[in-house]
Design a protein around this ligand. Structure first.
Ligand SMILES: [Zn+2]
Ligand SMILES: [Zn+2]
Length: 232
């Protein structure tokens, strides 16, 4: 099928030499070489050098709007990839909780001999859409971290906002308590710390150094009551 040269509107016979194709992936229009001032010498350079390419005027002068729509497409693709990664991560956590956290079989049967089969956990997927807060979700919060040191005027909301953004997690799922003794005088403290938890299936993400400002220290938090229990 003959194509028309966008410059002169006359047809280009694909078999004949003397045409050139725009290098933009979205364009690929054919032009007469004479219509776009590509002489044999220039054509030769383009053919031999992969770093040199021909782009038609339209593509060269592409509007910012066209570029931004391209960017949008790329963004959508990246989001899809991220969602895929999140799903894989969710499945890994799910497997961890199914197989990694099972009580030893002997112990379980010794405790309860009436149950012949240990309770099956049929969880398939762990949801992770942080934009949805219409449904109230009850999550397990088994572990906490202690994070510091922050300026004393840092609020719990500041920390929650930060984590919600960094972890792409719903704000409602982040638990944060400022660690200050009741009788402490804030003006005399030089820094403050926070006790933080997120749902168990994502807990390990709190130890990702990339989500914290440089210099922040994160360590497992053991409640005082547990410390005392361990000592007894
Ligand atoms: Zn032409
Ligand atoms: Zn083009």
């Amino acid at each position: 099928m003959a194509e028309n040269c966008p410059k002169c509107k006359k047809s280009i016979n694909g078999k004949e030499a003397g045409f050139i194709i725009c290098n933009s992936d979205d364009c690929r229009k054919k032009f007469h070489r004479t219509c776009v001032n590509i002489d044999d010498a220039v054509y030769d350079v383009i053919q031999k050098n992969p770093m040199v390419s021909f782009n038609c005027d339209e593509c060269k002068n592409q509007s910012p709007r066209a570029l931004s729509s391209k960017l949008h497409t790329i963004e959508e693709k990246v989001n899809k990839v991220c969602n895929g990664i999140n799903q894989i991560q969710g499945r890994m956590y799910q497997q961890y909780f199914q197989f990694g956290n099972q009580p030893p079989m002997q112990q379980a049967s010794a405790l309860d001999t009436t149950k012949k089969h240990p309770q099956q956990n049929n969880l398939i997927v762990v949801g992770n859409n942080c934009n949805s807060d219409r449904l109230q979700v009850v999550c397990d919060y088994g572990r906490w971290v202690q994070v510091g040191k922050f300026a004393t005027n840092t609020s719990e909301e500041d920390v929650i906002d930060h984590l919600a953004e960094e972890l792409k997690i719903n704000k409602n799922l982040v638990k944060c308590t400022k660690l200050v003794k009741n009788d402490a005088n804030l003006s005399q403290l030089s820094y403050c710390k926070f006790k933080i938890s997120i749902p168990d299936y994502r807990f390990n993400e709190l130890f990702n150094e990339a989500i914290w400002p440089s210099g922040v220290m994160v360590s497992p938090f053991t409640p005082r009551s547990q410390l005392n229990q361990n000592r007894l």
